[in-house]
Design a protein around this ligand. Sequence first.
Ligand code: SF4
Ligand code: SF4
Length: 418
Amino acid sequence: MSGPVAMLRCTTYNTEEVEHAVRSAVGLLGGMSAFVKPGWRVVLKPNILRAATPDSAIITHPAVVRAVAILVREAGATPILAESPAGPFNKAALRLAYTRGGYDKVAEEVGMELNYDVSTLQVSHPEGRLIKRLDILKAVADADAVIALPKFKTHNLTRITGATKILFGVVPGVTKFGYHAKLQDAMRFSEALVDIITYVKPVLTVMDGIVGMHGNGPSGGDPYPANLLLASADPFAMDVVFATLVGMDPMSVPPLKVAASRGLSSCRVEDVPIVGLRLEDVRLEGFRYGTATTMDTGIFPRAIRRLGRRILAARTVDGKPACDTEDYAALDVGTAPKSIRSWVTRQVVANPQATERCIGCGVCVRSCPVQAISLVNGRAHMDWNKCIRCYCCHEVCPENAVELRRSLIGRLMALGSE
Ligand code: SF4
Ligand code: SF4
């Protein structure tokens, strides 16, 4: 994976204008025929986190999918839209997601197939660090090529959900929750994300940054008009640019940090050739990060912070370091009794809580990888002693009823963080 990142301005979802921007961005990279060959079956993998309308800014806009599908057709290949939204992977759920997102109309208009095959395969990935055997959608395993179509959004576990995280969606339905349950901190989860992307190897990534999401993404934040369209054959380079644009150090983004540790990215924006707009041409004012990722032990003196990181680094699992020294998400207090660890964790991390908007639908109950949620008097109740802070409940709630809250101590500690 290598190559420049094309970045263009696009301020509207008008189909002609989006098609022009996508055509120009892919053209700067050599055109679609540089990535797909005639006769190929090409999976387009958008971000369809859940059934949502295009104006929610939760999903990749159908105008972007349409434009890429047109280019794939022009290259003589067949575009197939495939995704496994959060929750059960079945035909009814797919139909709802395709219809609500407007992808069914695009499919009809441009001759794109919609994947309804809910069968899955277990594939071997010997080069994977954490995942040697991977469960993925059969449609993805059978495809000649995959084009990823991420959305420009924040994420409460991995800071951003862009080009690197999007391929988690090739893991079918509830199997995703098993990965969360087994890989309980951001760095280990990110190792899995990088394993997945190095298996799927998307030939091209086109990011919908026309209206992204900031704040508590990937589903509970607010729309953010970044007015950008990005394309690249290198998903890590694209996320390095994304992180830089929103003022994050790329090395603070767990999947990028993992990629850097494997020599897949330098995590330096200076090393990424950017064509089209220049970095300095883009000013993204007022972009907010997710509550759970703004943690920094800011009120403690630097020496204490360093000591805390050393303690974290000293923890081992199976003889290997359990987390990186700067892993902000993997808070633990070593061998202290479980009750104390649980109390400390509750103070310093963001805790999910259902608000009065909860309608008791139970989607989060079925989505929690560690069964930490039950319905009490018609409202979701999160057991913070069991909770592993994966924030799946926050992602999947159709009512945006799950808020991420910090204790007073946690809020004080977060003061002055990004
Ligand atoms: S919090 Fe959301 S997903 Fe969970 S029961 Fe309430 S409305 Fe449903
Ligand atoms: S309660 Fe929510 S954040 Fe906690 S483990 Fe369950 S799904 Fe994840």
